[in-house]
Every structure is written in C-alpha cells, then in structure tokens.
Design a protein around this ligand. Sequence first.
Ligand SMILES: Cc1cc2nc3c(=O)[nH]c(=O)nc-3n(C[C@H](O)[C@H](O)[C@H](O)COP(=O)(O)OP(=O)(O)OC[C@H]3O[C@@H](n4cnc5c(N)ncnc54)[C@H](O)[C@@H]3O)c2cc1C
Length: 338
Amino acid sequence: MIHEDGKIVDIAIVGAGPGGMASAIEAKLAGIENILVIDKAPHHNDMIHKFYKKGKRVDKDWMGIEFNFTGNVRFDECSKEEYIDQMDKKLENAGVLDTFEYNHEIVRVEKGEDGLFSIVFATDGISESVESVKARNVILSVGRMGKPNKPRYKFPRELKEVLNFNLSKVQNGEHVMVVGGGDTAGEYAYGLIELEGMEDCVVTLNYRKPDITRMNPINTESCTKYLDNGKMINKMGVDVESVEPGTERAIKVNFTDGSTGEYDRAVYALGGTTPKDILVNSGVKTGEWDVPVYNEATFETNVEGLYTIGDVVTDQGSIALAFNHASDAVKNIAKNLK
Ligand SMILES: Cc1cc2nc3c(=O)[nH]c(=O)nc-3n(C[C@H](O)[C@H](O)[C@H](O)COP(=O)(O)OP(=O)(O)OC[C@H]3O[C@@H](n4cnc5c(N)ncnc54)[C@H](O)[C@@H]3O)c2cc1C
C-alpha cells in the first residue's frame, strides 16, 4: 500500500466505477479529503472499459428509465471513450486521483471494537491480508459485473473460450449468437453489425420472449431495423435448452422448440449477480435476490458506517443512478462526521 501504516481515513471507497469515483468527488466537495479509493482493476471505470463495446454511446437514460442528476457529478452523453476522458478530467479537477489505489481486490471489511473498519484484500486468490489503513466509514461500490449472470444450463468445459459475456473476443467473420433481451444485448447485437472491422460477422439475437420490451427507444429502433431487413437473424421467442460442441462451427445450440443452430461464439448479456460474498462476509444482511438490506435515503446498511451503492443495490442500475447514490451516501457521512 502507498498509504502510511496506522493511517485512519474518513471514507474508504471500494470500487472505482461510476459509484465509487462519484463518491470520491462528492467527498472532496463536502470537505472530506481524507479518503481512500480501492479497485481491483488497474484503472477506474474498469467495467465500462471491459463490457462497453468500442465507440458505444453512453446514455443517461438506461434500461428504459429516465434519470435526473441529483448530486454534483454528472456526465454529458457521448461515446465510451469520451466518457472515460470526461471522468479522467473530473477526477483530476477534483484533485482526488492520488487517493486511488489500484490492483487490490477486497474480500471483506471488518468493523473492530474501536468502531473502525479494517479492509481485507486477497493477495493471490487464496491468501488474505489487511490494508494498513483503517476507515471510519466504508462505501462498497463493487457493481455486479464481476459475476455476470449465467444461464441455467451447463457450459461444457471445451466451449469455455467461445461462451462469453462481452464482445472482446469476437473476430470478424464469426457467426455470433447474442443472448438476452435488455439494452446490453441489443447494443451487443446491433453494435457488432455496425462495428467497423466486424462487417463479416453474422449476428443472431436470441431472447426467450418473442418481442423486444426491455430496451430503450434507440436500442429498440436499431434492433428492429436490422431484424426487419434481415441483417440480424431473429431467434426470439425461444429459449436455449443446452449447448454442446458443434460439427460445422464450435457451438451447437439446442433450442427448447427442438430446433438447433451452430455458431462460432455465444455472447450472454443477462446482467450480473449481487456480490453476495463481500456483503455477507462484511456483516451486511441481505434479502430477496441477495440484495443488501439498506436505508433507501442514506444507503447505510445494518452495519453502522458501512454503505453500499450503485449496481450492488439494483439490477436496474445506471451511471446516473450510481452518481446519485454516491451523493446521498456522502451527504449522510458528512453529516455524521461533523
Ligand atoms: C454493456 C453495458 C452497457 C451499459 N450502458 C449503459 C449506458 O449507456 N448508460 C448507463 O447509464 N448505464 C449503462 N450500463 C450500466 C452501468 O454501466 C452501470 O449501472 C454502472 O457502471 C454501475 O456503476 P457501479 O459503480 O455501481 O459499478 P461498476 O461500474 O460495475 O464498478 C464496480 C467497480 O468495482 C470494482 N470491484 C469489483 N469488485 C471489487 C473488489 N472485490 N475489490 C475491489 N474492487 C472491486 C470493479 O473493478 C469496478 O471498477 C451499461 C452496462 C453494461 C454491462
């Protein structure tokens, strides 16, 4: 750790995605300078780096929900690359970048009898170690995409390389089946059709329902256009029963209506799972779907001083929502620190 032994910070923020970085900026604006932001990745906004396709438009209104910014951190709709640039500038202007510590995967936080949180990190996937810094408050903003949702059926071991959760491995010319019915699935499917250098891909959209109902208007329009003109193959209204190695292409897909299809790759866009382990191991109570129990106004959990925000608390998450949560959580912390 770059931080001195025995140091106590006012807030330790775990996760430097939209929620975590907005928390850092809000803290600074609230006059709380003594903070630490920890992320397992080598940079902030890693989920966006990894899961957003090249040139993706970053929408303010996501998953069909209209958002208004209620805090100090906002963004202008733009491409993925411009969004990352905007965030770099915001963090630099706020003067908080030197509080970011990368490449540390946190496994839990522990509240001691002194009321301070110790932060426990994984050293090599098996061993654990404790950060030299302790914290008065902790904001867990670790998102959900560390554990993307998988379908119910088994992934055969030999197909692991071609059953993916984002587009990063897709090669031009491949026959790709995108699975899912939300905005991410839509953007992956029509994104591949439009992506420069991927013109020869053959894209199929598979969704268990027959119609698009969960995408925002722009994504609905783009998918409908390509489904109608045949550039996107429509395999909606049917579920996948199982996948196995194919004969013509890597994957043979068996659908529930008895039909089959062969693809070079399948990309699943089914959202992500609440990171239950870090929550439960930190003493946070969880309810239905493993969502943490928390105060909806302040985002404080049952553990006093431990907050959780962003995608962790909702499967309808967005950047604007994570920014707004950060503002509410930091307001409460600032009030309590006075
Ligand atoms: C493909 C795709 C497209 C999307 N497009 C849009 C859009 O256009 N507009 C929009 O508003 N929303 C969009 N979203 C949703 C939006 O990206 C999320 O709602 C938002 O990123 C949530 O922010 P967050 O901070 O809660 O979590 P995340 O962005 O997931 O950030 C979590 C951070 O925590 C770190 N982390 C995780 N576990 C640990 C750990 N144990 N220790 C340390 N660090 C850890 C991760 O490395 C990551 O940096 C999209 C989502 C996807 C998947």
